[in-house]
Design a protein. Sequence first.
Length: 144
Amino acid sequence: MARKSKVVIEAEKKKELEAQRIMDVLVEAGTYSPALDPLIEVYLDAVEIYSVKYGLWKNSNFPTVQKTKNVNGDVKESKHPLAQQVEVWSKQKAKYLGQLGLDGKNKDLLKKSGVLLEKGKNEKEPTESTDNNKLLQFRQRLNR
């Protein structure tokens, strides 16, 4: 049995933390259903793959281009494979978050002061007492 690399171990830890975070958010929002479990698993797999690819890209000091030399001796620059894979898996993660209803497009849930509130149940700020309003005081003096 081969040893796991440091990047893979870190990715597994991130996957476990993300699983707990997603479950907490869905339960708190009241949108969790056992029917979402397969989608959550797919999302967590995408998180793990993204974490591994990002870790490998980070360990290679984030190269953006890869230079290749063809038979004629010409040097061609192309996007680094790890950079490409990180971009692809980042988009996949965002897609799965959208399917779970946890992206910025979900207008039914608003995040306010760390608490998720349903639309229409916004907390109203207490209004000041109208006794201190100078216009009302002026009108009251005129009516006397």
